[in-house]
Design a binder for this molecule. Structure first.
Ligand code: TA6
Length: 298
């Protein structure tokens, strides 16, 4: 893997983009443009910060997160691929797939009209085939500007059909999750993972009154996260995503998570743009699929 100096040589833009040593000595790209500041690690191509100019940090990052190979950073935007949750046929397999816990390749960094776009990729290898036999290339585009625009592009590089699940498992920072609400899912059916995956209809806005772990079905709608404590509304606009996941572990589960903890669970809410379960994606050889999430305040 290239050194931080080599990465800076390749992608640094004085005063705008620098590659630095992040937590756990992991390389991260730090963005400070006129429109926004932000950070993305090569580890998992993991966005850990996005702060539009004049606003507070939008993403939640656990102060107890680990930063090491083989472990996902807790917070920011983990990329779940090629399965979501536990692997159906292998309880030993890593939860949410294997791309969020490995180092990605840095492809390019671009600065245009105050927006910095970082492109990374990862692809099938002997080590991925330990868990999953398919040939693939997963490219990721993260644009840090007045909006945070994320795009996961899967290419079937094999000669067999490729079926996968995917999620941009974004953690949003909130002042107090018990006072926040999410609009845009009214009337949508969801699977309640806290109640045996029972299918239920969403009535009105989503409010968090206990452990919440829901997979909303067949929905492409925009999401609106209202936070009366931080006095802001965050919009999430999806493309090519048929599921939305809403998650907060609440106090007990959070206390049992050493990389989260009981004192921070009120500051986070996951709104995840995804294709999972019956909405898993199947690609013919050579075909591509691009899922997008755009995040903006207002
Ligand atoms: O997206 C919600 C969820 O699937 C929850 O069930 C919970 O497991 C969460 O993801 C976090 O998973 P992780 O493997 O990152 O601890």
């Amino acid at each position: 893997m290239r050194t931080i100096a080599e990465l800076n040589q390749h992608c640094g833009i004085p005063g705008i983009v620098s590659v630095v040593e992040g937590n756990g000595h992991l390389p991260k790209i730090r963005i400070t443009s006129r429109a926004a500041s932000g950070e993305i690690y090569l580890h998992g191509a993991h966005v850990t910060s996005w702060q539009p100019a004049g606003a507070k940090e939008v993403l939640f990052l656990s102060p107890h997160s680990l930063y090491q190979d083989g472990v996902a950073i807790r917070g920011g935007v983990p990329i779940c691929f090629p399965w979501f949750g536990n692997k159906a046929d292998d309880p030993q397999a890593p939860a949410h797939g294997f791309v969020r816990t490995k180092t990605w390749h840095l492809e390019s960094v671009e600065h245009k009209r105050d927006t910095v776009t970082v492109r990374m990729f990862t692809e099938s290898s002997k080590s991925t085939k330990k868990w999953w036999p398919s040939d693939f290339r997963l490219s990721y585009r993260a644009s840090f500007g007045a909006e945070l625009a994320l795009e996961a592009i899967v290419t079937n590089t094999g000669d067999e059909p490729l079926s996968f699940e995917e999620a941009l498992h974004a953690y949003y920072r909130v002042g107090d999750v018990t006072k926040a609400s999410v609009a845009g899912l009214d009337g949508v059916q969801y699977l309640d993972k806290t109640d045996g995956f029972r299918e239920k209809p969403q009535a009105d806005e989503v409010v968090i009154t206990g452990e919440t772990d829901r997979v909303y079905l067949n929905t492409e709608g925009k999401l609106y996260l209202s936070d009366p404590v931080l006095q802001r509304r965050t919009m999430v606009i999806k493309e090519n995503s048929r599921n939305t996941v809403v998650w907060n572990p609440w106090s007990e589960k959070a206390a049992a998570m050493k990389d989260l903890g009981a004192e921070v669970w009120k500051s986070m809410l996951c709104l995840e743009v995804a294709n999972v379960g019956n909405n898993a994606v199947t690609l013919a050889p050579g075909e591509q699929h691009a899922m997008q999430a755009r995040v903006k305040l207002g």
